[in-house]
Design a protein around this ligand. Structure first.
Ligand code: DQA
Length: 147
């Protein structure tokens, strides 16, 4: 199973940005964590991070036919991007939405997720572990948002 892990804006600033919320570990630490988790779970992982909405749309389109699942943390674009939702719908790859923090307890503007309606599941507030849980959901083929 081939999984693409997509991270949006400012996830490259982990370890520096708002450490009280996102912790002290870096984006490279996240990549290492996910590589170890993928090895343990027996899946192949590829990583993409961008601060640009269009670049994320391009990456999703480029992934068409190449991956069996996406783990995506669109970061701030979660709350604004119809374009990322449409790209996900276009390529039709099972996708799990991940957030490091528990967005449900944060600002009002973080309560909207444009991609959630498309995703098979959402994992939030579990830090790096959330990415591993997302991979497991894809492996098990669970659809917790569906019927
Ligand atoms: C985030 C939550 C978003 O609201 C925020 O804009 C981020 C990170 C998270 O992982 O908790 O940049 O997606």
């Amino acid at each position: 199973m081939r999984i693409l892990i997509i991270n949006g804006p400012n996830i490259n600033m982990l370890g520096i940005r708002e450490r009280d919320i996102y912790g002290t570990q870096t984006y490279d630490d996240l990549v290492d964590f996910c590589k170890d988790a993928a090895k343990e779970l027996g899946v192949e992982v590829t990583f993409f991070q961008s601060n640009h909405e269009g670049a994320i749309v391009d990456a999703i389109q480029d992934a068409y036919g190449k991956f069996d699942g996406f783990v995506i943390n669109p970061a701030a674009y979660t709350h604004t991007s119809v374009a990322i939702l449409d790209a996900l719908k276009a390529v039709s790859v099972p996708t799990v939405e991940v957030h490091l923090s528990d967005v449900s307890t944060r600002d009002d503007f973080r309560q909207i997720s444009y991609i959630r309606s498309y995703c098979v599941a959402t994992v939030m507030g579990k830090g790096f572990e959330g990415y591993k849980e997302a991979m497991k959901i894809l492996i098990d083929g669970k659809d917790t948002h569906g019927e």
